[in-house]
Design a protein around this ligand. Structure first.
Ligand SMILES: NC(=O)c1ccc[n+]([C@@H]2O[C@H](COP(=O)([O-])OP(=O)(O)OC[C@H]3O[C@@H](n4cnc5c(N)ncnc54)[C@H](OP(=O)(O)O)[C@@H]3O)[C@@H](O)[C@H]2O)c1
Length: 278
């Protein structure tokens, strides 16, 4: 590492949006700390970027999370933190294993809060720093099936980052924070063929590069909420205008029409069987 390089830490840098953040920030001259579980992928990326190190960690694991916190707190040149790591579970809420649900809370809430806390004190003292928390368009919605926990934890990220933004602004701190809310993006989470085959219009599938470029341009302008793609911005501005009851009605209609009917019926049958046995 060149001793004068600013440092950026990206979680979930082993694929998708996080990998693109790492590449872009490296091109801007940052020394990268790459965090995720798949060590080999991170090592290949670090070799390619050259000015980078690997910190393999499962952020849902307390000991690993603590190591990343310590690395952040001990880094005097940390100028960029991207809390990007995330995943989703599949299925109806009450059928998903409790352990998987808890891993989502630990990754989307506890890890984001702890790493932001570890980074912010030093950044505020040094009067320099940028934090991007990756939420989702889902944070504005309450999607049933595959999404109740995902949406609610992503909504937390939006509220959390907004609160930080207001607090930092009111302290006249120059630290910039952003919550990035992408819509459907081609990445490790989604297979592009699956996306097109499921009938999603091509215009709604974003590339990870476009998402990251919009995010990085917007942080220069200190924009708090970034929704890449005009279609998604339009959709969310409409959604925000509707009363909650109307959004619930539309979500129930949407879920009934497009969700996997077999999945729902199976879940209801299993729940009935369970209640008959008790
Ligand atoms: N793709 C979309 O349509 C979309 C839309 C809205 C928001 N997002 C959000 O964008 C972020 C990036 O997702 P992506 O689309 O780029 O998907 P992705 O390619 O699957 O990337 C997810 C990243 O998170 C890491 N990760 C997952 N669990 C982890 C854990 N326990 N500890 C540490 N790292 C972990 C993964 O690395 P390892 O497996 O190596 O640990 C991977 O690098 C997520 O927060 C996601 O919710 C995605």
């Amino acid at each position: 590492m060149n001793r004068s390089d600013p440092v950026a830490l990206v979680t979930g840098a082993s694929s998708g949006i996080g990998e693109v953040f790492a590449r872009r920030l490296s091109a801007q001259g940052y020394y990268l700390i790459l965090v995720a579980r798949r060590k080999e992928r991170l090592e290949n990326l670090a070799t390619e970027l050259r000015n980078a190190e690997v910190l393999a960690a499962d952020l849902t694991n307390e000991a690993d999370l603590h190591l990343v916190e310590l690395r952040i707190a001990a880094e005097p040149r940390l100028e960029f933190l991207v809390n990007n790591a995330g995943f989703n579970t599949h299925g109806v809420f009450f059928e998903v294993e409790q352990e998987a649900l808890e891993r989502i809370y630990r990754l989307h809430i506890i890890a984001v809060e702890r790493l932001t806390h570890a980074a912010l004190k030093g950044m505020v003292g040094r009067l320099k720093g940028n934090i991007i928390n990756v939420s989702s368009l889902a944070g504005f919605l309450s999607n049933p099936f595959n999404g109740v926990t995902y949406c609610s934890t992503k909504a937390w990220i939006i509220n959390f980052t907004e609160g930080l933004y207001i607090e930092l602004k009111s302290l006249r701190s120059p630290i910039r924070v952003q919550v990035l809310c992408p819509g459907l993006t081609r990445s490790g989470i989604h297979d592009i063929r699956d996306m097109y085959q499921s009938g999603i219009p091509r215009g709604l599938c974003l590339s990870a590069e476009d998402v990251v470029d919009q995010s990085l341009r917007s942080i220069e302008r200190n924009r708090l909420i970034v929704i890449p793609g005009w279609r998604y911005r339009f959709l969310i501005s409409l959604v925000c205008l509707f009363p909650r009851s109307l959004k619930q009605f539309a979500a129930i209609k949407y879920a009934s029409k497009f969700s996997d009917i077999a999945l729902r019926e199976k879940a209801i049958r299993r729940a009935r069987r369970g209640s008959e046995q008790t």
